[in-house]
Design a protein around this ligand. Structure first.
Ligand code: BG6
Ligand code: MG
Length: 217
């Protein structure tokens, strides 16, 4: 059996930034005169910044010029950056440090496969930037999740076949991307939202070393 590799999503898997994306989008929605709920936010998880704004505007039934959209995209990101500037290693999600250490000790390579253009900055804040064998983020792809491009590039950078890659994701779009790439998908979150994953876990607490050993085979 060939050696496996892991590909981690960032927001909501490595670190609890999903709440900051939500807060920044919610503030924007409210400034445009409509409410935005956590349930609606599931549609934005894993999705690119530009596509997220489009979905938000569809929810609020708001039409904007390209110029206005660019302005709000910029403002949303500035607000998000203010939130993550205060973030430190305490916001790494439970189970993740142990899992990364275990993979290193077993010499199992692992990559980041994120839609975020802020991924490198966040990993730097978390002191994790040098731990990944490859990083693929929103700056490296032409098509966003649910397209499998981000994970296929990550597999290539790791020198692995897609079927040997295990993807950890918290977004429906990400699970879909992993499945389309023919990788093993491990979903973190509500199984009703994350249908179709090979494994469903309630939280990163369930990413135990026992599970990692089973996934590695
Ligand atoms: C994904 C998040 O990881 O990155 C999305 O789940 C976010 O919510 C996307 O929109 C893009 O992130 P950023 O940091 O480039 O705005
Ligand atoms: Mg995510």
């Amino acid at each position: 059996m060939s050696q496996k590799a892991f590909i981690f999503d960032l927001d909501g898997v490595i670190v609890d930034t999903a709440k900051y994306h939500f807060l920044a989008w919610k503030e924007l929605a409210e400034s445009l005169g409509f409410d935005f709920t956590e349930e609606q936010n599931e549609l934005l998880k894993g999705v690119s910044r530009v596509r997220s704004l489009e979905i938000l505007l569809e929810i609020g039934n708001v039409e904007l010029s390209q110029e206005e959209k660019d302005k709000y995209l910029h403002e949303k990101n500035e607000q998000y950056l203010r939130y993550i500037a205060k973030m430190d290693t305490r916001e790494i999600l439970p189970g993740i440090p142990e899992l990364l250490l275990f993979l290193k000790s077993e010499k199992i390579p692992f990559a980041l496969g994120s839609a975020s253009k802020n991924a490198r900055l966040i990993l730097e804040n978390l002191k994790l930037l040098d731990d990944f064998d490859a990083i693929v983020d929103g700056n490296d792809v032409s098509t966003a999740k649910p397209d499998p491009e981000v994970f296929l590039i990550a597999a290539k950078k790791l020198g692995k076949k897609p079927e040997d890659c295990i993807v950890i994701e918290d977004a429906a779009a990400g699970v879909q991307a992993a499945n389309s790439a023919l990788m093993t998908s491990v979903a973190i979150g509500d199984p009703e939202v994350l249908k179709g994953a090979d494994y469903n876990l309630k939280s990163t607490n369930e990413l135990t070393l026992d599970l990692a050993r089973r996934l590695i085979g």
